[in-house]
Design a protein around this ligand. Sequence first.
Ligand code: NI
Length: 359
Amino acid sequence: MLEALLLVAGLTLALLLIGFPASLGHARFITVDGRPMAVTPGTTLAQLAEARGIIPRDGALVDIAGDVLVPSGGGKGTLEVDGKPAGATTPLPDGSALVARRGRDVSEKLDRHLAPIPNGTKSAGRGPVLTLVRKGSPGTKETFVGTVSRRTAAVFVVRPPVDALLRRSSGLSAGQRAVALTFDDGPSAYTTSILAVLQAKRAPGTFFVIGRQAAGRPDLIARLRAAGQEVENHTWSHADLTKLDAQGVRSEITRAAQAIGGAKFLRPPYGAYNGSVAEEAGALGLRLVLWDVDTLDWKTRNAAKITAAVKAAVRPGAIILMHDGGGDRSQTAAALPGIIDWLLEQGYALTTVSTLVGP
Ligand code: NI
């Protein structure tokens, strides 16, 4: 009895739902997305879908994080009857199940990019002389980026970077009570007076000359060498080598080398270097050399302060930085005789950079 009542109630509901008159005796009973429905025999799928608003949703175009980019940009939604794709004229037999299936979400396409990973520079040891032990090499990373969202999907390190390795050494470790006086940024109008002091004191020094200045004074470079002074490379134009690419670094070194003749050491302007600078210098047969004692003569321009700076910081094996160019160096020239006398009194021998730090 109860079953009969439920059946009547169900059929009445179905009749109300379908919205147009149909003889119950001829109605077809189907399910739409699991809900029961009665349809007039001969009703096509297209008619039913339109009458009941049965519209399968299209899938979305989604980005690599799954966020929707275009709501209906994915796969087409489909209607299925009894698990099979259905078209507009697919019959709806009694007891069939109609399902509106949402289309698949589709992921955006990915672009693949290869990019370098810059390598760093490591140094081992202590001291102002830098020798390249191992060349560095940049690594490579592979990045996948969504073509629509521009979001980065994944980054893979294809090849890790290898840091350049420099060995730092020093004349200090040799245990010899010797120092090297060095003069940067010449030749200039002050170079001859500084040379005169060194010659008078029979003291060798090392001149880190700027190539383009040396190019105009080949006579002076020859005089320095003839007087037992060492002439080394301070680049062509006093450029900050860390701001140049490898080609630029090579050019700065080789143009200066052509102007001054053979050299064993490069003093990078501003003491600025990195693995690439050391690598290019090393490939051209030069070691980098900085200093142990900075007299700041270019800054103080005061003979007493220049002398005091040497006395305060000198140690056996020290490389002492002064300047014979780049500005008014009269106070450097004035301080030099007293500095040499004091060093000799302290038992220091004066020598060149290459003698101090060895081959
Ligand atoms: Ni300089």
